[in-house]
Design a protein around this ligand. Structure first.
Ligand code: PLP
Length: 383
């Protein structure tokens, strides 16, 4: 092993953090109620609105994405109230459990893991049973499926329901048009396509969602308290000031490139990953379509446990890939390509997987994956 081993983080969160962001976070800590912090906070909140494509407030919490999601549950759910939760993987299931834990009368529209939720199903479910809100995951990180949120949101709104979207791994990677699509709540977190370490959660919240406050008590995650304080640039509690400084820089980088260009890059990275996987003779678990631009989930050949690949690339090459969650454990590995990724991250990951599989006797044409990935990346234009 080299004296200093290089390490690569290729998971769908946390994701690699650009050096400019790390440098901002290494600055001396400032107090949050000072002229040093306020402009950073103000700019970060404004940039979050731009990234969410909303004119509404984006509430920032010192928490991971689950905390921000819990803020939505705590503020919107009252015991006994009907809610429709759509799941097709680990995170959708988490939200079904969480809404039920807060006393919601949950109608759980449950797809098999890896399926793609369809607006028509949601429309007919809401015709049978009304719901105060529809809870949907945009990018189901456990399977690689990215749902087509716009028609789903339209179906929910037609039925008079609020729309709550888990955009934890999708915000900044694929389009999430909060206002144009009529999304009432969009939840995300710092450590995915926003290129910042874990520790900040956010929720873009519409006036309708704020007005729909239920009877469940909340304090730290109370939207009204956070909103009132943020509007005065006075966080209600001590914010993670260094993370806010880092997020501000990361959002600046994202917006300087332009969101649409970032979305295009993610589509091309997804194409590259899928082309490489197929050229290696492996089967995709995530759909082979442009929407799968966040994470590529890959099935292993018969008789090979995913842990062999994951521990192989880690031990030999310092590469971290993600395994399957829940029922997919051992059956797939997941390659993230969200946030600060480029095509050479994809080729590095593919080359390492190829080496490990070849070592385990797989019949693989050496170099084919890298070539296919580069070609798919280079020769693709995105409409
Ligand atoms: N939802 C999705 C789609 C995710 O990918 C994740 C993170 O892995 C979460 C929710 C939970 O976020 P966190 O781990 O930041 O609490």
């Amino acid at each position: 092993m080299a004296a200093v081993e290089k390490r690569y983080l290729f998971t769908p969160g946390p994701t690699p953090v650009p050096p400019q962001v790390l440098a901002a976070m290494a600055e001396p800590v400032v107090h949050h109620r000072t002229p040093e912090f306020r402009p950073v906070y103000e700019r970060c909140l404004a940039r979050l609105r731009e990234v969410c494509r909303t004119g509404n407030d984006v509430l920032l919490f010192t928490s991971s994405g689950t905390g921000a999601f819990e803020s939505a549950v705590a503020n919107l759910v009252s015991p006994g109230e009907p809610h429709l939760v759509v799941s097709a993987g680990s995170f959708g299931e988490r939200w079904a459990t969480m809404t039920a834990a807060f006393g919601a009368d949950v109608d759980h529209l449950r797809y098999a893991w890896g399926e793609t939720p369809q607006a028509a199903d949601i429309r007919s479910r809401l015709a049978e049973r009304e719901a105060k809100a529809v809870w949907i995951v945009q990018s189901e990180t456990s399977t690689g499926v990215v749902a087509d949120v716009q028609p789903i949101a339209a179906a929910a709104r037609e039925a008079g329901a609020l729309v709550v979207v888990d955009a934890v791994s999708s915000l900044g990677a694929v389009p999430c048009e909060t206002d144009a699509w009529g999304l009432d709540v969009v939840v995300s977190a710092s450590q995915k396509a926003l290129m910042t370490p874990p520790g900040l959660g956010l929720a873009a919240v519409s006036e309708a969602a704020l007005a729909a406050r239920g009877s469940t008590p909340a304090y730290y995650f109370d939207w009204a308290r956070t909103r009132a304080a943020q509007q005065k640039l006075d966080a209600p509690f001590t914010p993670a000031v260094s993370l806010v400084a880092g997020l501000d820089v990361a959002l600046g980088l994202l917006l300087a490139q332009g969101l649409d260009r970032a979305f295009e890059r993610h589509v091309r990275l997804g194409r590259a990953a899928r082309a490489g996987v197929k050229a290696m003779g492996l089967e995709l678990f995530s759909p082979d379509e442009d929407r799968s631009a966040v994470v590529t989930a890959v099935r292993l050949p018969e008789g090979v446990d995913a842990s062999v690949v994951i521990s192989g690339v880690r031990e030999h090459f310092g590469i971290t890939l993600a395994g399957g969650q829940g029922e997919l454990k051992g059956r797939i590995f997941r390659l993230g390509h969200l946030g600060w990724f480029d095509v050479f991250d994809i080729t590095t990951a593919l080359a390492a997987v190829e080496l490990v599989l070849a070592e385990h006797g797989a019949d693989i044409e050496r170099g084919a994956a890298v070539t296919a990935a580069l070609e798919a990346y280079e020769h693709s234009t995105v409409a």
